[in-house]
Ligand binder design. Structure first.
Ligand SMILES: [Zn+2]
Ligand SMILES: [Zn+2]
Length: 130
């Protein structure tokens, strides 16, 4: 039977401009959606991995549960540090501080921003779990 009678030659005409040689390459017979599907799976797996990394930070509910304290000089906290290790500013009277379980204190705003990306104390790296 002549090959032309199978219709393969005409079906794949224009898909790369090749002649019969290209038409008989098995790769040309793979459905496009099979290849795209594999890419999608790969992207999906990648996205899940990124998601896991993000989960190292704390969520808003946990952050809201951090004990807070209004700073008043002289600082009576167990920590002897009277400045915020995140922004490196001294604490001022009346500022809201957040205390981590390790008793390190920071500005509430500063440490919440930090903890969203990193679930650990900026100073001692203790994992913050509430
Ligand atoms: Zn600060
Ligand atoms: Zn700490």
């Amino acid at each position: 039977m002549p090959l032309q009678a199978l219709g393969l030659h005409n079906r794949h005409h224009g898909r790369g401009g090749g002649g019969l040689g290209l038409a008989f390459n098995p790769a040309n017979y793979l459905p496009d959606d099979a290849i795209e599907g594999a890419d999608y799976e790969t992207l999906l797996a990648l996205g899940e991995r990124v998601g896991e990394v993000k989960q190292r930070g704390l969520d808003g509910r946990t952050l809201a549960g951090l004990p807070t304290k209004i700073y008043r000089a002289p600082w009576q906290n167990v920590s002897d540090d009277s400045r915020c290790a995140v922004c490196l500013e001294d604490f001022q009277d009346g500022e809201e501080l957040a205390l981590l379980p390790c008793l390190h204190a920071y500005h509430g705003v500063c440490v919440r921003t930090w903890l969203k990306g990193n679930g650990v104390c900026p100073v001692c790296r203790l994992e913050v779990k509430l």
